[in-house]
Design a protein around this ligand. Sequence first.
Ligand code: G6Q
Length: 545
Amino acid sequence: MKRSLTAFHSWKALKAHYRTMRRQHLRDLFVGDPLRGRRFARQAAGLYVDFSKHRITEETLRLLVSLAHESGLRERIRAMFRGDRINVTEDRAALHVALRAPNDHTFYVDGVNVVPSVHDVLRKMASFSRRLRSGSWKGHTGKPVRNVVNIGIGGSDLGPLMAYEALRYYSDRRLRFRFVSNVDGADFTEAVLDLDPEETLVIVSSKTFTTLETMTNAQTARRWILSRLRDERAIARHFVAVSTNREEVVRFGIDPSNMFEFWDWVGGRYSMDSAIGLSTMLAIGEEHFSRMLGGFHAMDEHFRRAPFDRNLPVIMGLLTVWYTNFFGAETMAILPYCQYLKRFPAYLQQLVMESNGKSVTLDGAKATYATSPVIWGEPGTNGQHSFYQLLHQGTRLVPCDFIGFCQPLNDLTDHHDILMANLFAQSEALAFGKTAAEIRAEGTPSWLVPHRTFDGNRPSTVILADRLTPETLGSLVALYEHSVFTQSVIWRINPFDQWGVELGKVLAKRIGDELKGEGRVRSRHDSSTVELIRHYRKHRVREER
Ligand code: G6Q
C-alpha cells in the first residue's frame, strides 16, 4: 500500500511552512530581497515567466520541488514520454507529445514508432491545405471553397476555435471560418446563414464519430449541402472528416481518402495539434502550423529535461497545488492581455477541469484533499471593468495568470503600451495593494478609508512573450498541458479520462425519447424531472404529421 500524499515528509513540511507563509506579506518579501523580481523569473521556449509575486520563498520552492520528487514526478514524465499506458482507466497511452515531434525523433506505442504516421498525416493535411488555399480544390459545382465550417464539440472544437482566434493575424483572409459545436440548432443556423453551400467545406471533427451533438450537426450540414446541390456526389467535395473511426466515416458517406486520421493515444483535449487542427492549418497554412508544433515541442523538451526548480510547467503546477491544498484557493483566473486570446480561458477550462476535476485517486480511493481549481477568465483590460473588483477586494484568494506580449501585431503601439501598462499595474496592485495609512495620507475621510484600502498579498504569475506567434501559442498551450500533468501526479489522479461526463449523456438519451413520446412519462425519474418533462411536452413545438 502506497503512503498517502498527506503522509509525505514534504507535504507535512509544507503544512508547517504554510503556517509561517500565510502571515508573510509580499510587500515584506520584496523589501527583504531587492533582487526578488529577477530571482523568481524563469525563461524557456520563448516565454519569460515571473513567479516573484507568489507567496513563496526559496524554501517554499525547495519544499514543493521535494514534493514533486517524493511523488515520483520524474518517473511519471518518463512514463508519459515512453508511451506507457498511463491512462489506466482507458488502458491507453497519452502521447500527445509525439504529435509535435520532429520526424527524426522516435516515440513508441506498443513497440511501434508512431512518429512516421504522425508525419504522414501532417503531409496529407498540408497537401489538402495547399489545394484548398490555392483554390484548386473545387466544390461540386466547380467553385473554389471560400468557407470552412468545423463541426465538433469539446476537444474537437475548443482547441481549433481557440487556435483560429489566437492566430487569426496569420490567417488567409479570403477564407471564412465558422465553428459549430452546440446541438442547439441556433448554432448551425447562425453559422451558415450567410454562407453559400457551393463554396463551403464542412470538416466533421470527431475522434469517435459517434458524438450525438456532432453527428446531429453533421447530418444537418449534409441536408443543407444537398438541399442546394441535389446530388449525393457533392458530399465527397464538401465534406472531410477528422477521426479515428474509419468505419463510421465511411458509413456517413465521406470518402475515406478525405479522412484525416489520429489515434486513441491522443486525448480530445490534447488534440489541437493533431489532425483535429485541420481548420487551423487551413487558416494559417502549413508553414505556420509547423512553427506552432515547433513551439509545442520546445516546451515538451524543456519539461522533459529541465531541473524542477527551473522547469516552467513544473513550477506552475506546484504553485497550483500550493494554493489549492494549503491556502484553500478554489479558483484560478486566466487573464490574457491580448484580444486574440479571447478563447484561451475557455480552452483552459476544459484542459484543466476535465483533466483534474476528479475525486478518486489512481488506486480507486477517495482523495482526501482538494484537486483541480475552477478555471475562469476573460481578456484584459475588459475584465478590469467587470470582475476585478472581487480579485482586489473580495474575500477569496484567486491566484491569477496574466499573459501578455511585448510587441503588438498591429501598428497601434500606443494602444499596446496602454494595454501592457494595465497588465503590469494589475499584477502590482494585487500584490502590494494600498494600506489604510497611504489612503489616509491622501486626505480620504476616515469613514471611507476601509472601503478604499487594498490588502494586497494576492498572488499572480506574469507570462510574457515577445510576440503572439504560432510558436508562442504552441509553447503556451504545452506549458499548461504539462502543468496540468504535474498537478495530476501530485494528486495521484488520472488526468486523461473523463468518466464524469457519462451519466448525463445516458440520462439525456433516455429523456430524449420521452420528450417525443405521447404516453405517460415513465416514473423512473424523480418528481422534479417528471414535472419538467410534462411541462415541456405540453408546450413544445409539435412536428407536422
Ligand atoms: C476531451 C473529451 C471530450 C471530447 C468530445 C468530442 O478530452 O474527451 O471533450 O473531445 O466529447 O468527442 P469526439 O471527438 O469523439 O466527437
